[in-house]
Design a binder for this molecule. Structure first.
Ligand SMILES: *Cc1c(COP(=O)(O)O)cnc(C)c1O
Length: 736
């Protein structure tokens, strides 16, 4: 016994020694020295065969995916005699897992993408910003609606996040200087320290570093520090422009100081396109010398842009206007150096308004490849940017399967030989078709599903009770009418058909669509006498008044829905949507609803997370669902699906087609309920679940998506990596 215990300790010591890496920038936990050196050498190699991924937001909370913590838990490592290791272990096991640097789908996609790069050993470094007050936290009050407040978090206490040290003065942090302009054209310096989050893969043998620039230093001017507080602060146009510059203008100085050599700059949306502006200016400087600003001709700029475009790839994410930055020339010129005015004047023309710089136009023009995020979105993007139609391709989004598949489902997948190796290779789900007729699989899947539903419903019930108690303690009125009912009994039951809807609240997503005609909706439910839970969640940008009023509409709908349906229909709003709530919802609901105005949902990814858990979608035929619907084998469609040529892109309330699309929902909905509840039809429902597993999981994962990135962007990869990702490339071709 004594000996065994001793051996375990020795093993743990060896394991732990393999989990620490030293570098001139600091010590890092979760990766071996060998793996660290391998990654770093690739990112700094002369050949430049790596990429830098620039994104305004990255969503990669550690409570939904944390291989380092899993490894410690699996090996029952809870502490160490070495104080440094002990502190790393303690932080990994008990530190706060949330990094509130995301606002929605764009950030989650960034996180999922980086995890897949890491899993597939593709050398990439990501660059983003660190927001000291996060995006915002959401409180919901039944009378007021959404209340937003700053998110309290401490990067210092967050596991996996490290402040880089200055190699020359190891007791100081590494700082980069970024030339800024004060709005009147006067040069000032902004300073940023650099946090590195290690996106370590599940084998702990590779990682993608995410560098988060933190401008909150006292050395930076106050207006810069203010701009570093909140993601997507839109208190003024100037604030927005400053944030974009903080990201884009940080790219080159960061690459310089770390020695990153990436030839490819990947813009995840155009927010960071100022990096391209800097590259062009730098090219002009190299070619024309120090006085280039005075002598530079338009033809020189175009030539430089042509050269720089060979380094840039660009993913465009939305046809919605608010997603595309346009700034008043007078405002932007004050924030940047004089030559930028010339460059933007040539390359960032706005076709509707000559007094604006259009950053999407700029990104569209200066790149070697551009992709949209689904086939339908490609067609729409071509229509929006006809002059670039030829180069716009489709790479349909995906999600990181290991992040989004619940533990219970993962356990089922682990226990069937047909799915062997699914963690490394989501392509194996293609073989799940044979499981359609496997009784054991059907039973296990249903049991796992039920387990996930119970967790979700229990969370909701606890929340409802907690809100009830809050009435006595705070001034917040509980957001949910159900908190006031049911003094004694349990509000929601997990056997009741539960529909989920969760995403950002903005007008085109039409969260309230299915409640457009409550009478019709409730009569469907009462006629069939089938109970339904509707679970809603999501934040509206604090400045988006119409988005916030959608939340209020949902809250105000609850009582009427309940009364009219004689208590059969229960609608609950879950406040403060984040990745952990998302994971609970996408694995625990019985169906997932998406009701955007087509074709404005460029892709949508929450429905893919649901599909990964073997759960059907009920959705407008928009974004990814055009590709994931498979003639009804994987779920249901509703709403208008006329050809995209005739679709208006307007978000005008009058053009939002509530009446037509909700009527179409009511026509389809009874069929869903019958298939779920009627024991004779139930097998069809389970068929749909399993169809999702073999038809959709192999396609809508980020391994496949990055494999397409690599091909379309012509990234040069080491040959074992090339070979590994070939199998994902074979799975699907977005571009047909
Ligand atoms: C997946 C996800 C989103 C994006 O959902 P869409 O369906 O693409 O709108 C937004 N927020 C969170 C927390 C998510 O997990």
């Amino acid at each position: 016994m004594q000996n065994q215990y001793h051996d375990t300790l020795v093993d743990q010591k060896t394991m732990l020694d393999n989990m620490v890496a030293q570098s001139p920038f600091g010590s890092f936990f979760g990766i071996s020295q060998k793996a660290f050196d391998l990654v770093w050498s690739k990112l700094t190699a002369k050949d430049g065969d790596s990429a830098v991924y620039v994104s305004m937001e990255i969503g990669a909370d550690l409570d939904v995916f944390n291989p380092v913590k899993n490894y410690l838990l699996q090996n029952e490592i809870t502490d160490s005699n070495d104080p440094v290791l002990s502190s790393f272990i303690n932080k990994t096991l008990h530190g706060s897992p949330k990094i509130p640097n995301y606002g929605g789908g764009l950030g989650i996609l960034a996180g999922d993408t980086l995890k897949s790069f890491s899993a597939c050993h593709i050398p990439v470094a990501a660059i983003s910003l660190l927001y000291r007050k996060g995006y915002f936290s959401q409180l919901v009050d039944s009378k007021v609606g959404q209340i937003s407040w700053s998110t309290e978090w401490s990067p210092e206490d967050t596991p996996g996040l490290y402040l880089l040290k200055n190699p020359e003065y190891p007791d100081r942090q590494l700082i980069i200087e970024i030339p800024f302009f004060d709005g009147q054209g006067k040069a000032v310096m902004a300073y940023a320290q650099i946090w590195m989050k290690l996106e370590v893969n599940e084998n702990l043998d590779f990682f993608v570093p995410e560098f988060l620039l933190d401008f909150s230093l006292p050395e930076s001017p106050e207006w810069i520090r203010n701009a570093s507080n909140h993601l997507y602060d839109s208190s003024s146009e100037q604030m927005k422009a400053i944030q974009r510059r903080m990201l884009g203008a940080g790219v080159m100085p960061l690459m310089d100081i770390l020695g990153l050599t990436a030839n490819t700059i990947h813009l995840n949306e155009q927010h960071g396109v100022v990096s391209v502006l800097n590259l062009i200016a730098d090219h002009l400087l190299q070619k024309h010398g120090i006085n280039y600003q005075e002598n530079v001709k338009d033809s020189d700029i175009l030539e430089a842009a042509q050269k720089v475009s060979q380094r840039v790839v660009y993913t465009i994410h939305t046809p919605v206007k608010a997603g595309h930055d346009r700034f008043e020339k007078s405002l932007y010129a004050g924030l940047s150096q004089a030559v930028c005015k010339k460059i933007l004047g040539l390359l960032a023309k706005d076709k509707d308004n000559p007094s604006l710089y259009n950053f999407t136009q700029f990104a569209m023009q200066v790149n070697r490849a551009v992709n949209s995020v689904s086939r339908l979105h490609r067609d729409v993007t071509k229509k929006q940017f006809p002059q670039y139609a030829e180069k716009i391709t489709a790479i349909t989004n995906g999600v990181h399967h290991l992040t989004w598949i619940s533990d219970a489902k993962a356990e089922v997948f682990d226990s069937f030989p047909e799915l062997q190796g699914w963690r490394q290779n989501p392509a194996v789900f293609v073989s799940a078709e044979s499981l359609l007729t496997n009784k054991k699989f059907r039973t296990y899947l249903e049991q796992a599903w039920q387990h996930d539903t119970e967790i979700l419903i229990q969370y909701v019930n606890n929340m409802l009770v907690m809100h009830r108690h809050q009435i006595e303690e705070t001034w917040i009125d509980p957001p949910n009418f159900l908190s006031l009912l049911h003094e004694e009994d349990i509000p929601l039951t997990p056997t009741v058909f539960t529909i989920g809807f969760a995403r950002r609240f903005s007008t085109y997503k039409r969260a309230d669509l299915i409640f457009d005609d409550v009478k019709t909706l409730t009569s469907i439910i009462t006629d069939l006498d089938y109970p339904v839970n509707f679970l809603f969640a999501g934040k509206a940008h604090p400045a988006d008044e119409p988005g916030k009023s959608l939340i209020k509409i949902i809250l105000d709908m609850q009582e009427e829905l309940y009364e009219r349906s004689n208590g059969l229909a229960k609608l609950v709003f879950i406040p403060n949507y984040d990745m952990a709530i998302a994971k609970m919802m996408v694995s625990g609901v019985h169906a997932w609803l998406n009701s955007p105005k087509r074709p404005l949902e460029a892709s949508g990814t929450s429905g893919m997370k649901v599909a990964m858990n073997g759960i059907p979608n009920i959705s407008i035929l928009d974004g990814w669902w055009m590709e994931g619907f498979h003639d009804g084998k994987t779920g249901w469609k509703f709403g208008l699906d006329t050809p995209v040529d005739t679709e208006p892109l307007s978000e005008d309330p009058a053009a939002l087609l509530y009446e037509q699309d909700s009527a179409s929902f009511y026509k389809m909905f009874p069929q869903v309920l019958k298939e779920f509840y009627d024991q004779k039809l139930r097998p069809r429902y389970i068929d749909k679940c399993i169809n999702n597993i073999f038809l959709n999981v192999p396609i809508f994962n980020t391994h496949r998506m990055i494999a397409e990135y690599c091909r379309n962007y012509a990234l040069t990869l080491p040959s074992p990596v090339e070979k590994r990702i070939k199998r994902f490339q074979k799975l699907y071709k977005s571009e047909i």
